[in-house]
Design a protein around this ligand. Structure first.
Ligand SMILES: [Zn+2]
Length: 244
């Protein structure tokens, strides 16, 4: 199974989570929320080749962590993966839009200078703005929208920009999201947990809970879970090989 967006460092016992990921032979993208968390988070899973760590600066922290941008540039050459980055236009964070824009632009420029990255993107209530900024930075790499909640027009634009999408169990609970997923080409989809932030029935999701997203996708695609898994693995390989 593939979890292309998990906050491993934010679980109460990250080492146990990593061991279970290894036992299940899962592929995981371990995203970070601040450049200062990079070294510690990378060290949790560096012995496990199936877990990759992404360098991030979460848009909800952008206004507080602008001083960490030089640190972002220090670490950018150590990984092919960037995330969690993006914009958050929800009411409690929209007042920091200026900082968020400055941070995302800096990060995408840094990605371009470093040869392009695979980028796990947050775009809550800000999908159009995120797509606009991606357009300004065509060499930044391959965008993977995590938990995309934009409108159909925004989704179409993102698909035209060759974006990918990581889809989690929480996203497959609403009728609206399921309709969105139906509009995404099968070969641009991966699974994610977004645990421990994302919860189902009040319980933080674990990386292996992506299994229920696989089942959800198999219903949407009208095929068996094992055929769905095969498509997801093939997508994953295509995405990863684009960087090697
Ligand atoms: Zn996240």
């Amino acid at each position: 199974m593939i979890d292309f967006h998990a906050h491993i460092d934010l679980y109460p016992e990250p080492n146990k989570v990593v061991k279970e990921i290894e036992r299940r032979k899962m592929y995981v993208l371990s995203v970070t929320t601040t450049p200062s968390a990079w070294t510690g988070t990378y060290s949790i899973s560096k012995r496990y080749p199936r877990i990759k760590t992404a360098l991030g600066l979460h848009p909800q922290l952008a206004h507080e962590r602008i001083p960490e941008l030089p640190l972002f540039d220090t670490f950018i050459n150590e990984t092919d993966y960037v995330g969690e980055v993006g914009l958050d236009g929800s009411p409690e964070f929209s007042k920091h839009k200026k900082s968020q824009l400055a941070v995302l632009k800096h990060i995408l420029k840094s990605c371009s200078n470093s040869g392009g990255k695979i980028i796990s993107l947050h775009s809550r209530r800000a999908a159009s703005d995120v797509i606009d900024i991606l357009e300004e930075h065509p060499d930044a790499g391959i965008p993977v929208f995590h938990w995309f909640t934009g409108g159909k027009g925004e989704l179409k634009r993102a698909i035209q920009k060759n974006a990918w999408f990581s889809i989690g169990p929480a996203m497959l609970k609403s009728k609206r999201s399921i309709e969105m997923v139906q509009c995404i080409p099968e070969d641009r989809i991966l699974t994610e947990s977004d645990g421990p932030f994302a919860k189902v029935s009040g319980k933080p999701l674990m990386p292996w809970d992506v299994e229920s997203a696989v089942i959800g996708l198999s219903r949407i695609w009208n095929m068996t879970p094992s055929n769905t898994q095969e498509i997801l693995y093939s997508n994953f390989r295509t995405l990863i090989e684009s960087k090697s």
